[in-house]
Design a protein around this ligand. Structure first.
Ligand SMILES: [Zn+2]
Length: 166
């Protein structure tokens, strides 16, 4: 059984209402919503299965936004250009080597090291993989907009935790 909110496999799922949508969620996500009693459903305006389907689709889209937002909270570490250079030199790579490994022109790699050009997120991921280093730090957290969640624990935290377990 998969939690419809965070996507982890859970032995038990509970039906709750989150943001007017009825979802089957894992025990971790239960506190983000209210139990899906018939009264709660009526209050949330959930009437039929068609609407439920549409709402679920909306939540899936919303969930994608959360992921996008999470990646958007990552910033390049201070001195990332220097880190890149040191990591490259320690592995004995030339600019050309790196350029071909990450699929970018040589002059772009040279500019990354001087921090004159910011690599795209996908290039950053490749650089981190090829050079075995971290270039990003996470700044800020996403706060759950769903009511009733426990204080101090954000939806972003839950999602991160779920992804780490995969
Ligand atoms: Zn969950």
């Amino acid at each position: 059984m998969q939690c419809e909110l965070c996507g982890i496999d859970a032995a038990f799922l509970k039906r709750v209402i989150i943001e007017k949508v009825e979802l089957q969620v894992c025990p971790k996500c239960v506190n983000l919503g209210v139990p899906a009693t018939s009264e709660a459903k009526r209050n949330a305006g959930i009437t039929g299965s068609v609407q439920e389907g549409l709402e679920k689709r909306a939540v899936r889209m919303q969930r994608k936004d959360i992921y996008d937002e999470m990646s958007g909270t990552k910033e390049l570490l201070p001195g990332w250009g220097e880190k890149l250079k040191k990591a490259r030199e320690s592995k004995g790579f030339t600019w050309e080597d790196i350029a071909s490994r990450v699929g970018q022109p040589v002059h772009a790699v040279a500019k990354y090291e001087k921090e004159e050009l910011r690599p795209s997120d996908s290039v950053i991921a490749k650089l981190e993989k090829e050079l075995d280093l971290e270039l990003l730090e996470t700044v800020g957290v996403i706060h759950s907009t769903g009511g009733g969640g426990p204080k101090g624990l954000t939806l972003g935290d839950l999602l991160k935790e779920a992804m780490r377990k995969k």
